[in-house]
Design a protein around this ligand. Structure first.
Ligand SMILES: [Zn+2]
Length: 251
């Protein structure tokens, strides 16, 4: 059977879809595989989605508290202890917790804008990052970082976001992706040999990275950021923490 459709990678704005249950794995928390889903399974510093499943035929619903990739499929994890999970063949409406997902999209794009500015203006490589809805951190190889510089980085990132730059998703053959010099800084060379296609996120005119996450379509949707802290993680490695100026947006 082909892998279920993974719609988050092609349409980050899709928040609901009808799907059929393909596989149910009982356990403390029931695991479900569907023939299609809007859930993002987590990865690249972006946590997995949460949401609900609704069985139209009898109106029963289940909370999905996490998702993950396993064996190429996106697996949905129900709340632990649910005694009466959906069955194989059930038709379900799959709904994201959209306010949370959209906040993650804005946060993820904000972090890429930060990476883009730090690389373009200071030549510093990213070494890691993580986020929650509305806030995140990035680590850089950035020996010369100091407080005044962080203030100016914050101002520049906000200018770039306000410039309403388009954010594009592309899927490239591996060879073509490796030929883009800037992609190397995101450690694309760590990707397993077997991966033939590389998905990239481009903030047009600012940043281009290999990335599997979900993003807003235009930087104007991010609004602004503020730097909430920075610290040294050694002589060279520095961490910058940011949050969205307006972290909560209704779905
Ligand atoms: Zn990313």
């Amino acid at each position: 059977m082909p892998t279920g459709e993974q719609l988050c990678y092609t349409d980050a704005y899709l928040r609901s879809v009808m799907a059929r249950v393909r596989h149910v794995e009982p356990g403390d928390a029931t695991l479900l595989v569907l023939d299609r889903t809007v859930f993002y399974p987590g990865g690249g510093g972006q946590p997995s989605d949460r949401g609900t499943l609704l069985r139209a035929v009898d109106g029963r619903s289940w909370a999905v508290h996490a998702a993950r990739k396993a064996g190429g499929e996106i697996v949905h994890e129900l709340d632990p202890g649910d005694a009466d999970p959906p069955r194989v063949g059930d038709d379900l409406q799959v709904d994201l917790d959209w306010a949370r997902r959209f906040a993650l999209m804005r946060t993820h794009t904000a972090l890429h804008a930060l990476c883009g500015v730090v690389w373009r203006d200071h030549g510093a490589l990213v070494t890691g990052g993580n986020m929650e809805p509305g806030a995140g951190r990035m680590d850089f190889e950035f020996e010369s970082m100091h407080g005044d510089l962080v203030d100016s980085i914050e101002a520049t990132v906000n200018e770039e976001l306000a410039a309403a730059r388009e954010v594009r998703v592309n899927v490239l053959p591996r060879d073509e992706a490796f030929a883009i010099p800037d992609l190397i800084r995101t450690k694309i060379n760590l990707l397993p040999e077997g991966i033939e296609q590389i998905r990239t996120i481009e903030i047009v005119g600012l940043d281009l990275q290999a990335d599997g996450g979900t993003h807003v379509a235009n930087t104007s949707e991010v609004g602004g950021i503020r730097v909430t802290g920075y610290e040294s993680k050694g002589r060279i490695n520095k961490r910058i923490r940011v949050e969205l100026v307006d972290p909560i947006v209704a779905g």
